[in-house]
Write a protein that binds this ligand. Structure first.
Ligand SMILES: [Zn+2]
Length: 79
């Protein structure tokens, strides 16, 4: 029963993050907490494709975090 509750809580947390489309996290590039956004949102802000955002991340042009769940968030300040 306890295990089941934990699974539900984790699912809720992921859904909340996706609904808001961002994630408050420490950005080492800025040295403070930033509301990180998804590559898709970043692409929309800059008028480029998400693929371009991933390229910039790989090139080290953007601040980003990679949570343990395998997703990726970028820092809007570095866009
Ligand atoms: Zn940053």
């Amino acid at each position: 029963m306890k295990r089941r509750m934990e699974v539900i809580t984790e699912t809720d947390r992921i859904i909340i993050i996706k609904q808001h489309g961002g994630m408050l996290a420490w950005c080492s590039g800025c040295g403070r907490e930033i509301n990180m956004i998804t590559p898709e949102q970043a692409a929309g802000l800059r008028g480029v494709t998400p693929r371009t955002i991933y390229r910039w991340v790989e090139a080290g042009k953007l601040h980003f975090i990679e949570p343990p769940d395998g997703s990726l968030f970028v820092c809007p300040n570095s866009l």
